[in-house]
Unconditional design. Sequence first.
Length: 281
Amino acid sequence: MDDQEIKDFIEFTAANDNQQPPDGDIPSEWDMYITYFDEDKALVLLDLSLAKVAPIFKYNQLFGVQITINNPTEDGFYTEEEQPRLFEIEDRVEEIFTKEAGCRFVATVTTGGSRMMYFYAKDSNILPPLVGKVAAECNDHQFNYLIESDGQWDFYYEVLYPSVIEMQLMKNRRVVERMTKAGEDMINAREVCHWYFFTNGADRRQAAIALRANGAEILDDNFYEEKMGEYPFGLRIMIKHPLNWEALAEQTYDAYDFIEQYDGIYDGWELLPDGELEEWI
């Protein structure tokens, strides 16, 4: 099963707001990205909103419920046939551990033939018996669990939270979905502006020379943005390419590979004329 097939049938689940603990309660912001854990492809579904408030110190126990996939694909994911039952079990697990144990549901990771649901809890003692309750109710799948102290939410930030490039790919997908629904042309090449920022003018100048040599049009290589902090020296280029997800992913990877050669950052893209993309973002 390739990435497109995954995206075609993946669904997002989120805890009901009135089932979540009040501590640090803010509107959930669930999103998904594809990454690798120990060389295995992984689908991570994460509540990104918690990065605004975490660590929530009362929830200092990391708790994971592992659900074994009965018929995993070669990539270790679930099949379309098994998906409904797994999501049904996931809903039940979420209900039990948010209502009965007062946990905060933060993520689901599917990799290596299992689906791991992660929570943060106040009290670890009540968790194992509830895993037994779930296993008894859903005896067509195998269950396991982990519990460990994590008062600083290190696992959330260091393992679950997306990298800079993964975050950019997620933003790309959101914009592509909105533009596609609006009937925008996503196949033919469009004029797309990409932004880079540097710590100094010399690196910006060398980057501009290299990008021009690779076929980019330099739109502006002489502006300064104080809001970019230690990367105020801006570079704005134009490249023509389609706006489908695959083309944008390729451009994103290329941009991050390129910027590694310089002391700078890649700051995303927008359509030309300047500002046209704002309605999609």
